[in-house]
Design a protein around this ligand. Structure first.
Ligand SMILES: C[S@@+](CC[C@H](N)C(=O)[O-])C[C@H]1O[C@@H](n2cnc3c(N)ncnc32)[C@H](O)[C@@H]1O
Length: 231
């Protein structure tokens, strides 16, 4: 017998008024219900110091609805720095869903986002990497499972570890993936994630990150991890 078809994506308003969607199979929201935009800005952009970096290179696990990308792009454009953003996504949503989740953007960032939407793969088409570049920087989305993907070596200044929770989506939090993330990070790079699960802390530590719990917004804590390798 076939598995039942998952239902539609449910739209939610999060605590800061910004929207998110709930995934019908994972039954989890794409962003924090305590504030989708707040999480993107405070946890991913600011705790990784990406908002201060003169040459940010972000590696993201889970492009999802592109909220973290849009917030990071807006920040880089407002500071006049080039952004390089590499994101992995194994189950891209339909373009209409991406369009339905608004993030306030100024002119140049809105144009880049329009280009992303214009190049977004059609349902059923082969999932070739989506690559965009311009004066603002570059975006590459690889439609791959991070369990199998090859990450660049010693590349990222920041890692946004943002899959669904380890309870429902354990693979991207595994020791194997966290080791690959460590190898992908430049020394001194920061990794941020919303899960403080013991297994996540242990895997990150074993992979070579110096891990700390930091106060979260609307929840008790987030995790911040420093790539402490030298060389
Ligand atoms: C919490 S959402 C990410 C939200 C996103 N960062 C944003 O700013 O909108 C998690 C995403 O991770 C993706 N994902 C989960 N496991 C993955 C894996 N093994 N490889 C690649 N992507 C994965 C899911 O398909 C989903 O889109």
């Amino acid at each position: 017998m076939n598995a039942p078809e998952p239902g539609p994506f449910e739209r939610l308003e999060t605590a800061d008024g910004s929207p998110t969607l709930v995934h019908p199979r994972f039954k989890e929201a794409y962003s924090s219900v305590h504030g989708a935009l707040t999480q993107a800005r405070k946890l991913y952009l600011e705790l990784t110091r990406t908002h201060l970096d003169p040459r940010p290179r972000v590696l993201e696990v889970g492009f999802g609805l592109g909220v973290n990308f849009r917030v990071t792009l807006e920040s880089a454009l407002s500071r006049g720095v080039r952004l390089e953003y590499l994101s992995y996504e194994f189950a891209p949503v339909e373009r209409s869903l991406l369009e339905s989740v608004e993030v306030p953007l100024e002119g140049a960032a809105r144009e880049v986002w329009g280009e992303v939407l214009g190049r977004w793969p059609e349902v059923g088409s082969p999932l070739e990497p989506l690559r965009l570049s311009g004066e603002w920087g570059s975006l590459e989305i690889r439609f791959e499972d991070v369990g199998e993907a090859q990450f660049p070596r010693v590349w990222a200044t920041a890692i946004y570890l943002d899959p669904f929770s380890p309870a429902v989506n354990p693979e991207p939090w595994s020791l194997e993936v966290t080791r690959k993330l460590h190898r992908a990070a430049q020394p001194g790079a920061w990794l941020a994630t919303y899960s403080v699960a013991g297994s996540v802390r242990r895997n990150l530590t074993q992979a070579g990150f110096a891990v700390e719990r930091v106060p979260g917004v609307g929840k008790k804590a987030w995790l911040l991890a420093l790539c402490s390798r030298s060389g």
